[in-house]
Design a protein around this ligand. Structure first.
Ligand SMILES: *Cc1c(COP(=O)(O)O)cnc(C)c1O
Length: 481
């Protein structure tokens, strides 16, 4: 794109229309307008022709990066390609038109689908029960922590503290805090994992839970998870595992077999709903037998041949979402699981880990790696060596845009200064990975020879370097025509 796209208001011209209706030849019924979401006489409302409006939004859409056009290694976010067939299946008319208040007898098929997905997620994670209603990962965390709180309260003391490593995802401390807990941070050791002895020292009778992101945000597997769980359980606490990055573990590691009491998954990362773009997601939560009474309502139960929706559950934490959650996201997840099968799911994890390690090994020695422990599905480099030439992670990220590539996650996790967190995901071919590696090598070379080109990047994008602070602090939200 080589010209600035005007605002839709700038395209406006009085009387321009997408279509014109013929004059009315029946009496006008104004009442109908009250039922239509249609407002008249909005001051300054743009008036444009059909081709203008179509071209305007198509051009804007083309200025965006998206996973359907580009490699998108945004660490922690799992911006992988989701097969279109699963969208098609979720778009079948009987799924689209089903009413959330339909009687149980009329929706046995959809309840079966929900139950089947619960069963598969139990099988994948080793948990005893699942609730599918939370709408996102962070919402799952809150739901899980509420169940832990309810269980501890029933035992007589909800306790006060939740232990969270400094390598956890940022939503973990927020969720614990929202649930009324005080968060204590556990420092990572040199390997980038939680130290068993540190946990031993911090674990008291006032600790409600350990919240462990696994693999953690460094992409490193918390290999001592069994011993950590044992320490927490000995003092009556619960182990919460953030399983948003389950694509690294599918078919390889079942958290429920290793002392995890509660886990959430991100269907909009791992299970075929695209992450980002503002669409709906789902953060199902798995629990052990012990926490089953506290599951949010409704709970779907098998009674002989029939499925029933149970709402009367005295110990339940209540409803966390209207109706049956984001049902179509659940449809896509089940379609994805069934289409891959046991072997396919295992391959997802194998390729996610292989791709990430291929990138890590290829760029090791060119970009600084603070932690050298083996990683799973993502790896975290830093700008340490380039900073000596005055080049920072933001400059590297912006320059990648010139190569037609989406930048990695920047400056997160916080324990790596100048972080570049790269997650290739399992859906990328070696050709794509090699193109990214070549671009990163070129950028490292430019940092040595011509740092200016990085500091002024991007050069080939629709917009050049933006003042992100001003954009956040002084946003211009109103068109002054
Ligand atoms: C993405 C992610 C979350 C949060 O998920 P949302 O759906 O964005 O709320 C939590 N933990 C980890 C490790 C994640 O990667």
């Amino acid at each position: 794109m080589n010209r600035r796209e005007p605002l839709i208001f700038e395209l406006s011209g009085e009387g321009k229309r997408a279509f014109f209706l013929p004059p009315l030849d029946v009496p006008e019924k104004r009442e109908i307008l009250e039922f239509l979401p249609c407002r008249e006489n909005i001051p300054g409302f743009p008036e444009v022709s059909e081709p203008e409006i179509v071209r305007h939004f198509t051009r804007l859409a083309q200025t965006n990066f998206c996973v359907d056009t580009t490699f998108y290694p945004l660490g922690s976010c799992t911006m992988k390609y989701s097969p279109k067939i699963n969208e098609k299946i979720a778009g079948l008319s009987h799924f689209l038109t089903i009413h959330p208040l339909a009687q149980e007898e009329l929706v046995q098929g959809s309840l079966e689908l929900i139950k089947l997905l619960e069963d598969y997620l139990c099988r994948i994670t080793g948990m005893a029960y699942f609730t599918l209603w939370p709408a996102a990962g962070a919402h799952g965390e809150l739901t899980g922590m509420m169940m832990i709180r309810a269980a501890l309260t029933r035992r007589g003391n909800p306790r006060k503290i939740v232990l969270i490593p400094d390598s956890a995802h940022g939503t973990n401390p927020s969720s614990a805090h929202l649930c009324g807990y005080h968060v204590q941070e556990i420092k990572s050791n040199e390997e980038g994992t939680v130290d068993v002895e540190d946990l031993e020292k911090m674990m008291t009778d006032e600790v409600a839970a350990l919240m462990l992101t696994n693999p953690n945000t460094l992409g490193i597997f918390e290999k001592d998870i069994c011993r950590l769980a044992e320490i927490v359980h000995r003092r009556g606490g619960f182990v919460y595992m953030d399983g948003a990055n389950m694509n690294a573990l599918l078919g390889k590691f079942r958290p429920g077999d290793h002392g995890v009491d509660v886990i959430h998954l991100n269907l909009h990362k791992t299970f075929s709903t695209p992450h980002g773009g503002g669409g709906p997601g789902a953060g199902p939560v798995g629990v052990t037998e012990e926490l089953e009474p506290f599951l949010p309502i409704p709970v779907i139960k098998r009674e002989g041949e029939r499925l029933v929706v149970e709402n009367n559950r005295p110990l339940s934490i209540g409803r966390v979402r209207t109706f049956f959650g984001n049902f179509l996201v659940l449809v896509k997840a089940l379609a994805y699981i069934l289409s891959l099968g046991d072997e396919g799911l295992k391959q997802v994890a194998e390729i996610a880990v292989l791709n990430s390690n291929y990138l890590r090994k290829s760029l090791e020695g060119i970009f600084h790696l603070k932690y050298s422990s083996p990683t799973l599905h993502e790896c975290v480099f830093s700008d340490k060596w380039q900073r000596e030439k005055g080049v920072q992670n933001i400059d590297i990220a912006k320059r990648l845009i010139d190569f037609g590539l989406h930048p990695p996650t920047m400056s997160f996790p916080l324990i790596v200064q100048g972080a570049l967190m790269i997650e290739p995901t399992e859906t990328e071919s070696k050709v794509e990975l090699d193109a990214f590696i070549e671009a990163m090598k070129q950028i490292a070379y430019e940092a040595e020879k011509n740092p200016e080109i990085l500091k002024t990047a991007p050069h080939r994008a629709y917009v050049r370097r933006l003042d992100e602070v001003a954009a956040a602090r002084n946003p211009v939200l109103r068109w002054k025509g």
